[in-house]
Design a protein around this ligand. Structure first.
Ligand code: GLA
Length: 745
């Protein structure tokens, strides 16, 4: 079945129907020639009579214009449901695109010119994106619009052309949108904004769900009813950031985890973003998402074009859980790429919280030996192995091994680690430079800075100007030299401050508004080269924990360090929010020491383990310091990680209890054939004289019998687990957890 159906409305104006598994996205050309939104939600059969629904009539005190041939209808641009709204031409709501023309004027009126349907999804070189592996997985609709007085191939006004692209994937309820703005005129213009999407819903009354946070408190879930006016979630930090996440969802007010309509918006980008909703005077809701226009001004010479990052729009009528399932499947199958996409990831140990900067080869080898005895498969050497890096004041940019700490070099250490039966991994922070470094002394203009202006440091470091290809090249050469020599199978790619005094010594004055975005493109170029030269390298993203845990980075780094907060109880909320968009297989989660280094809480080893088993499991502590019971528990956790990690790769996540809503967190993963599941429950704080009700499970086969093969013993029918639930007797103490590994009998 074709995924895109086009029917002709009055005057042969096209109506486009993009058909997902259980949803439809529909749009069409209005009588004025403007491209307008028709529907995004439950499935609707293509029907020419729906063309009338593009009409809105007029409104008092509203601007209007009269279309010209070939269509010629009257338009009320402040009322129409626009697919890519423009500024300064009668639509007073949030514009998607705005251009400063050579004559100093602003504005566009984008009218329909042509469209085409392509099999599959075209690649977008230089930008991370979802993809297909064969052309029958998706269809893409491209619609050309032009700044013109009339629709069709008539005379343009400014030479600005916009192509909107819509990819619909077979068997999913996902539409991927992006825009390209081209200058076919003969004078340069400045693109002041170019959102990736704008969608006009015909009504109001949504709840807005966002994932705001802070360092060590990433992606908490917030939900509130949308009132009149503008509501935004934005980053001006040069990175997606811990603070505002480039994702949000609109929910009907009665929607919950398993019921109700939910629309999701997820930007595949790692830089400044801005998204949100505007509830209008006419009680419609406009939603927008893309690169933040604040700090953005892109010069478009004649013949040049600008491509926005893409937004993944997902829909579910089965609540937030249904929405997450759409994102999880698409992101793990067709956003993450490379050799590790489909491989089970190693159980790792990272030395950061074990040693910080204070280590030598013997200390590391001793930790690795103990880790090897427990069955850990990868040893990650974190910050502090290079230059003279004994604290965080120095040496970023000098990616040369510190022979004082590691006299035999990385090759020797790597071999010692391998002799303990583990692979070797290494930490880098490629985009940064310490003032106290050879790199900075050699190239003081390689950092982002405004000449003559005082600069702001963050963690006593500066940000390299990755908008300059020679800077990217210079850092890449150093990093690649290490990776070519030492036996490194894994890299943790960190990024520990945000961008300030953003300007580039290499760009002319009229291109300084491009630095933010060019910097991000430089980061992607670096990632692209790394992935190209070292296809077997496992990359784990990191930015002070989960500060750049976004779909853009996940395209290159199949897993991401979820948060610098490793406390098991604090992690419940962080991991819960992360799971709204991101599949568990992308989420790095480690067992650390107690008292916890971030929140000073002491929780049992088993609970720390159960929480870390929700993602890519590892340790972040000195295993040589564990007592015998904790060591035995740690060994059991490693065995569990290996026994159930295939569920991270293929399984469906069900969030059973929201840690924001009470003292209990619970989630489960179910294999695609419903033969196997793991269920985890964590009690944050116990209450006296309180009996926990049984925990009703989801996703199991009601007719099957399941036996617990690890965890509290028991055997139950699927229907009993679904309808009556798993007994939680015995869960009575603060910070206590239970985990069942169920298998079909
Ligand atoms: C960041 C990371 C940590 C660790 C340190 C090293 O904070 O999030 O995991 O790598 O840097 O300096």
């Amino acid at each position: 079945m074709s995924l895109i159906t086009i029917v002709s409305g009055p005057e042969d104006r096209p109506l486009f129907f993009l058909r997902g598994a259980a949803s439809t996205y529909a749009l069409g050309v209005h009588a004025s020639g403007l491209l307008c939104h028709l529907h995004w939600g439950g499935a609707v059969e293509p029907d020419a009579s729906l063309a009338g629904r593009l009409e809105t009539g007029g409104m008092p005190f509203g601007p209007e214009f009269l279309g010209t041939p070939p269509f010629g209808g009257r338009a009320s641009p402040d009322l129409l449901r626009m697919e890519y709204p423009t500024a300064n031409t009668g639509d007073f709501r949030e514009p998607a695109v705005d251009v400063l023309h050579a004559d100093g004027t602003r504005g566009l009126r984008l009218l329909y010119v042509a469209h085409r349907v392509l099999a599959g999804k075209p690649a977008s070189p230089g930008l991370p994106a979802t993809y297909v592996e064969s052309a029958d997985e998706a269809e893409t609709l491209e619609i050309d619009l032009r700044d013109a007085r009339e629709a069709g191939p008539g005379e343009p006004v400014s030479g600005i052309e916009v192509t909107l692209s819509y990819t619909v994937f077979a068997g999913r309820d996902v539409v991927v949108r992006a825009a390209r703005v081209g200058n076919r005129g003969d004078r340069a213009v400045t693109l002041l904004r170019a959102a990736s999407v704008s969608v006009d819903f015909s009504h109001r009354g949504f709840d807005l769900l966002t994932l705001p946070g802070a360092w060590a408190r990433e992606r908490w879930v917030e939900r509130a009813p949308l009132r009149s006016g503008l509501h935004e979630s934005a980053s001006r930090r040069g990175a997606s950031g811990h603070q505002a996440h480039p994702f949000f969802a609109l929910l009907e007010p009665t929607a919950d985890e398993v019921r109700g309509e939910v629309h999701g918006f997820s930007l595949v980008y790692s830089g400044n973003h801005r998204g949100g909703a505007e509830v209008t005077q006419m009680h419609q809701t406009r939603v927008f998402l893309g690169i933040n226009p604040d700090g953005f001004a892109w010069r478009l010479e004649p013949g040049e074009s600008f491509r926005t990052p893409e937004v993944v729009l997902a829909y579910s009528a089965e609540g937030l859980g249904g929405l997450s399932a759409q994102y999880h499947r698409l992101y793990r199958e067709r956003l993450v790429r490379g050799a590790w996409r489909d491989r089970e990831r190693p159980v790792l140990i990272n030395n950061w919280e074990a040693t910080y900067f204070d280590f030598d080869a013997d200390k590391l080898a001793a930790i690795a030996r103990r880790a090897g005895e427990l069955g850990v498969e990868l040893f990650v050497l974190d910050d502090g192995w290079f230059g003279r890096r004994n604290d965080d004041t120095t040496s970023l940019g000098d990616w040369i091994v510190d022979r004082k700490k590691l006299p035999g070099g990385l090759g020797d250490l790597g071999r010692r680690i391998e002799a303990e039966g583990l692979r070797f991994g290494l930490w880098f922070e490629p985009e940064m430079v310490s003032v106290e470094s050879d790199l900075y002394r050699a190239h003081p203009d390689w950092c982002l800075h405004v000449p003559g202006r005082g600069r702001t440091e963050g963690r006593q470091q500066l940000v390299l100007d990755f908008s300059r290809p020679e800077v990217v090249e210079g850092v890449y050469a150093q990093v690649a030299a290490i990776l070519r020599e030492a036996p490194v199978g894994y890299v943790k790619w960190d990024m520990n401050r945000h961008l300030t005094e953003v300007a580039s010594a290499a760009l002319p004055p009229d291109r300084q508004g491009e630095v933010f975005h060019r910097h991000v493109l430089g980061v992607y170029a670096f990632a692209e080269r790394l992935a190209g030269e070292f296809p077997d390298l496992l990359l784990e993203g990191c930015s002070g924990g989960g500060g750049r845990y976004d779909p853009g980075m996940l395209h290159y780094t199949p897993q991401f360090w979820c948060s610098d907060n490793t406390d098991a109880i604090a992690r419940l909320r962080i991991q819960h929010g992360t799971s709204i968009v991101y599949p568990p297989c992308t989420m790095g989660a480690h067992v650390s020491a107690v008292p916890n280094h971030q929140v000073h809480r002491s929780t049992p080893m088993r609970t720390r383990g159960h929480v870390a088993l929700a993602g890519q499991f590892g340790f972040e502590l000195d295993l040589t310091k564990l007592d015998a019971p904790d060591l035995a528990e740690a060994g059991d956790l490693v065995a569990q990680a290996k026994a159930t990690r295939h569920l991270l790769r293929h399984g469906d996540l069900h969030r059973l209890r929201d840690p924001h809503a009470g003292n209990l967190a619970a989630w489960m993963l179910v294999s695609p054939g419903r033969d196997e599941a793991v269920v985890t429950v964590v009690l944050a704080l116990a209450e006296p004289n309180w009996r926990l009700p049984a925990l009703r499970l989801r996703g199991l086969d009601p007719a099957a019998r399941y036996r617990c093969v690890h965890g509290p013993a028991g055997e139950w029918r699927g229907d009993a687990l679904l309808q009556i639930g798993l007994p939680l007797d015995g869960l009575t103490r603060d910070f206590q957890s239970l985990r069942w590994h169920l298998k079909r009998v």
